[in-house]
Design a protein around this ligand. Structure first.
Ligand code: AMP
Ligand code: GLY
Length: 427
């Protein structure tokens, strides 16, 4: 069978790597892919990104199954295009992907269905938004309504930063936010304190299977300092998600969300990612939904998955996830992101990358912003590599990942040296 992975980041490299391990899979196409998927003989990059062109390709090549990595093609309706042509694809429709692509949609959805989240209000009028901030005080969180590639959230510790964020987001032009229909809107919400965790499940419209738990590291620098990024490293499992908390998240957040989407006439299929904030008393609340796997969470999660991902995705696209029980390696997995100079504000491209270690059973370097010209590997995006390792303890996985990373060199490389520290603090 041939499969197609849409996207070109570290998450998509991990999906393609895992799918290629299935004995049923003969070829994995990655569109557009990256330097890592280009240099792996079992994977083949295809330079296509438009939904209709992707569907043409899938039809022509008799692709048995397509899986979508990033949010952008989902909100462009790639799943709708494939389904209209009778092509098998795993991911939410454009309407269901609004859980991520519109903060206003997802906040209203959570309020309507009683799903625990921060109190909030949505504004298109700047004066009303400013007045709300004055009334609520700081700290407070300001979010752009449309997709903003991780740059649409300002956690304002003072009121001034909140007012500035409102002005930039409602003006919009400087930020690169993809506004939803109806123009620029901001969601202003209560600041939540606690520990974050990523809770990712697979949904087939009705049934749910939870993936292994994970935790991301959103800030650029050690100790959770510096600007927000797409994620600088992740590990799985996340000890903060105890069995009791796991059950609560399933019952209070995930199941009501899947049932609510069905009830609202927009059944959800695909990976569903709840970004959680867990307060000091252990109560989970939803910071946001993503309608896809996390990146870099996917890299450690998929490294631990023992089940055949192709079989699982076939079951998911048959509406048969109730028949699936996922098998996980009992090891810990931990991935450290290496980012380009200037990331996240202005990543510099072009640096030559050397010293990437060969894959091993317990070590895999997933590529993201890399390009391979047949001879040289170079930096082509903000997050460049994710060095991911397995270990019997979180400490051992951390050690192995950093051992794998030391030999990798490119100008201006940035990475955190403390990935996994929260799990280690718990020991
Ligand atoms: P989001 O894109 O909504 O996940 O927001 C990005 C990051 O901003 C999250 O991972 C949190 O670190 C932070 N954040 C978002 N919403 C809140 C909130 N209500 N309270 C505190 N921090 C938040
Ligand atoms: N790592 C966070 C995300 O994928 O949104």
């Amino acid at each position: 069978m041939k499969v197609l992975v849409i996207g070109g980041g570290g998450r998509e490299h991990a999906l393609a790597w895992k799918l290629a391990q299935s004995p049923k899979v003969q070829c994995v196409y990655v569109a557009p892919g990256n330097g890592g998927t280009a240099s792996d003989a079992r994977l083949e990059n295809v330079a296509i990104t438009e939904p209709e062109a992707l569907a043409d390709f899938a039809q022509r090549e008799k692709v048995a199954l397509t899986v979508v990595g990033p949010e952008a093609p989902l909100s462009q309706g790639v799943v709708d295009v494939f389904l209209a042509r009778g092509l098998r694809i795993f991911g939410p429709t454009k309407a269901a992907a609004q859980l991520e692509s519109s903060k206003a949609f997802s906040k209203a959805f959570m309020q309507r269905h009683g799903i625990p989240t921060a109190r909030s209000q949505t504004f298109s009028d700047a004066a009303a938004a400013h007045a709300y901030v004055e009334q609520q005080g700081a700290p407070i969180v300001v979010k752009a309504d449309g997709l903003a590639a991780g740059k649409g959230v300002v956690v304002a510790m003072g009121e001034r930063a909140a007012h500035e964020a409102i002005d930039t987001m409602l003006d919009g032009s400087a930020l690169g936010v993809l506004h939803n229909e109806g123009g620029a809107r901001v969601v202003i919400e209560e600041y939540l304190d606690g520990e974050e965790a990523s809770f990712i499940v697979m949904v087939d419209g009705e049934h749910v299977v939870a993936l292994a738990t994970s935790q991301d590291h959103k800030r650029l620098r050690d100790g959770d300092e510096g600007p927000n990024t797409g994620g600088m490293g992740a590990y799985s499992p996340a000890p903060v998600v105890t069995p009791n908390l796991h059950a609560r998240v399933m019952n209070e957040i995930i199941k009501p969300t899947v049932a609510g989407m069905r009830k609202d006439g927009v059944p959800f299929s695909g990976f569903l990612y709840a970004g959680l904030m867990i307060d000091a008393d252990g109560n989970p609340r939803t910071l946001e939904f993503n309608t896809r796997l996390g990146d870099p969470e996917a890299q450690p999660i998929l490294m631990r998955l023992k089940s055949d991902l192709f079989d699982v995705l076939m079951a998911a696209t048959d509406g048969a996830l109730d028949q699936v029980e996922l098998q996980w390696d009992r090891s810990f997995a931990l991935g450290v992101v290496m980012a380009a100079a200037g990331y996240p504000q202005a990543p510099q491209k072009g640096a030559v990358i050397k010293g990437v270690p060969a894959p091993a059973d317990d070590l895999m370097v997933f590529h993201a912003g890399t390009a391979w010209d047949g001879q040289r590997l170079s930096v082509s995006g903000g997050r460049v590599l994710c060095v991911t390792a397995l270990g019997v303890t979180i400490k051992a996985a951390q050690q192995r990942a950093y051992d794998g990373l030391v030999g990798i060199r490119f100008d201006g490389a940035q990475y955190r040296t403390d990935i996994g520290y929260r799990a280690l603090l718990r020991k």
